[in-house]
Write a protein that binds this ligand. Structure first.
Ligand code: SF4
Length: 363
């Protein structure tokens, strides 16, 4: 059987499936989520792997499954503990959505992850890629699982010159996968495409000479493998100037604050932080005034101990870091706490605040 694209690209589908899947079976990495085909574990791993490297995900995945081994465990868990398990992975809405969706699975589907494209796609945070990955890997259903990685690989094999940054391009690649996918082993087929993108057909220097599907690859025949995929650049990120402080009381306890329930890093914990609206105002006096206007207690800033820069997908935080003390009575609330070093381990802090705390500890 042959697949034909707009520009007359042809490929022998049976031979392609065979070469791809045999390579995967021999060469696949030993990853903890591949030990069984439990849909819950596949789901957790796929959510973690969005925007995060495999090496980073492995210890997080092991700990997450250790803390929440089943759908019921995650559905019933305290949100603070779930955020703690995700601490440092970033994109925290991923885990909030995962927990909401798991609750729905517990209530509506008796704790069984649904196995139809329609039901699974209705779960919170489950986009077409994750749905396809769960359906194919855990249930052996021939559904496409197309992410940027798979689009890169297929754009080369089939010489597809569409811009993969455009949301509408995904459909073109999903259609191609529907034609190419093995109906005998969709699980290995989809995983093999992902593995090929991770190990061989990498973004900047594809290892074509070692590639198991080189004989099928039209970009290789034409020598255009490094020109594909077409991907327009994202909009520039915005710089945000912040001042943040490790503020202690007379006993050495530290003031921490729970971020609002919506927006960036929602419900995670931070050290008191304010935005400096103009870099020229980035002076201690200006920062103290802002802190005291914005908070119910009064603080005194002492040393500047450094700067923490952190890049999010759409903005960059340039955070000037101070130490300070509280010089008026501090009332604990749900959002404001005074905690010891030991107690801090119970709270989930995003990476910029972890960096900030390391800076403080190195003093
Ligand atoms: Fe990618 Fe090269 Fe293999 Fe083609 S031959 S799929 S460009 S690694």
């Amino acid at each position: 059987m042959l697949i034909e694209q707009e520009n007359s690209v042809k490929i022998n589908i049976n031979a392609f499936q065979h070469d791809l899947i045999s390579w995967f079976k021999n060469e696949q990495r030993d990853l903890p989520w591949r030990k069984d085909q439990d849909p819950y574990k596949v789901w957790v791993s796929e959510i973690m792997l969005q925007q995060t490297r495999v090496d980073t995900v492995i210890p997080y995945f092991n700990r997450f499954i250790d803390w929440f081994p089943t759908i019921d465990d995650l559905a019933d868990a305290d949100e603070d503990k779930v955020l703690k398990a995700w601490e440092g992975l970033g994109y925290y809405s991923r885990v909030r959505n995962l927990q909401s969706a798991v609750k729905e699975v517990k209530e509506k589907y008796n704790g069984e992850v649904p196995n139809t494209p329609k039901e699974i796609a209705e779960l919170k945070g489950v986009g077409p890629y994750t749905a396809g990955a769960i359906l194919s890997i855990a249930y052996g259903i021939p559904e496409p699982a197309v992410d940027g990685n798979v689009m890169r690989v297929l754009s080369r094999i089939l010489t597809i010159w569409e811009d993969i940054a455009k949301p509408s391009s995904r459909k073109i690649f999903e259609k191609a996968v529907r034609e190419l996918i093995s109906h005998e082993d969709p699980s290995s087929f989809n995983q093999a495409l992902m593995e090929l993108g991770a190990l061989v057909c990498t973004p900047t220097s594809p290892s074509c000479l070692l590639c198991p599907v080189r004989d099928h690859c039209h970009a290789f025949f034409e020598g255009v493998q490094t020109e594909l995929p077409i991907k327009t650049k994202k909009a520039k990120t915005r710089d945000v100037q912040l001042a943040a402080a490790i503020i202690t009381d007379s006993t050495g306890k530290i003031v921490i604050h729970k971020r609002p329930a919506n927006g960036l890093l929602a419900n995670l914990w931070e050290f008191p932080t304010i935005e400096l609206h103009h870099p020229i105002q980035n002076s201690r006096e200006y920062a103290v005034n802002l802190f005291n206007q914005n908070h119910e207690f009064e603080i005194k800033l002492e040393q500047t101990i450094g700067q923490v820069d952190h890049v999010f997908s759409h903005l960059v935080w340039n955070m000037k870091v101070y130490t300070g003390t509280i010089n008026a009575k501090f009332q604990e609330t749900e959002e404001w706490k005074l905690v010891s070093f030991e107690e801090m381990k119970e709270y989930a802090f995003p990476v910029p605040y972890q960096k900030m705390f390391k800076l403080y500890q190195s003093l």
